[in-house]
Ligand binder design. Structure first.
Ligand SMILES: C[S@@+](CC[C@H](N)C(=O)[O-])C[C@H]1O[C@@H](n2cnc3c(N)ncnc32)[C@H](O)[C@@H]1O
Length: 233
């Protein structure tokens, strides 16, 4: 399955932007059917990331060989997707950070039905263990600002998925704090790039203007993927 996915995505990697055609959507739906290895997409439905974005993240995790960092876990879906791309017995880890503020019965949550009987943190850990990737994921509770220093010491980070606070100021801080942890050649995936002009998009556009070693590769769904190149001196 991993081989098929890499072939599928080798073409878009050469292009700057990728648009999914309607006839491709049908193939994806079958591929991600409830009986496939990707059943976890359907176990708990959320409004966060879609199956195309999951496939892009899976592929990025599959073509890299280092550790992965995720800012914004929610209930663990994308962390599970990326960890599932690691080979069996691999020492690779996904480090994922979230404030995990949603407690049981949280009425303020947009998806309050999810937290009727279980907290966000417990639901996340339940899904991780049901999907048999508990040994591959380190769940960290706190703000992304709080972990910036300790996580900068983790070696060999080859993929970072940024999906926490989407405000301009917060994304700008996440980029400054984390983008340089990435190994050269590694991928930086920014979720909701298109969601608000004045949030992720503005922060990323400004960042790449000043840090020219980060090159935009493609946009899939609302994920903009950049690659950190060798710095020219
Ligand atoms: C869009 S969700 C992440 C979805 C997840 N990546 C997925 O698709 O499965 C954003 C998450 O970021 C968390 N968050 C927001 N601000 C944060 C911050 N400053 N530090 C850490 N997590 C934060 C929220 O609690 C929320 O769960």
């Amino acid at each position: 399955m991993k081989k098929i996915l890499i072939n599928l995505f080798s073409h878009p990697f050469k292009k700057r932007f990728l648009r999914i055609q309607d006839n491709q959507k049908e193939g994806f739906k079958q591929f991600a059917s409830p009986n496939s290895a990707f059943r976890f997409f359907f176990d708990v439905d959320t409004n966060t990331t879609n199956v195309y974005e999951h496939t892009a993240l899976f592929t990025l995790a599959a073509i890299t060989s280092g550790n992965v960092l995720e800012l914004g876990t929610y209930i663990g879906k994308t962390a599970i997707v990326m960890a599932s791309a690691f080979p069996a017995n691999s020492p690779r880890k996904v480090y994922t950070i979230d404030t995990f503020t949603r407690e049981i019965g949280d009425e303020s949550s947009r998806e309050k039905h999810l937290f009727k009987n279980i907290s966000q943190y417990d639901l996340c850990n339940k899904l991780i263990s049901e999907n048999k990737v508990a040994d591959k994921i380190e769940v960290l509770k706190g703000t992304t600002d709080q972990y910036a220093e300790s996580l900068s010491k983790i070696p060999n980070i080859q993929l970072i998925f940024v999906d926490a606070d989407h405000s301009y100021e917060a994304v700008k801080r996440d980029l400054v704090n984390y983008a340089f942890i990435l190994e050269e050649g590694g991928y930086l995936a920014m979720h909701d790039y298109l969601y608000q002009q004045d949030g992720v998009k503005r922060a990323v556009d400004e960042f790449v203007t000043t840090h020219t070693e980060f090159k935009q590769l493609f946009l899939l769904g609302s994920i903009l993927v950049l690659q950190r190149n060798k710095r020219m001196h």
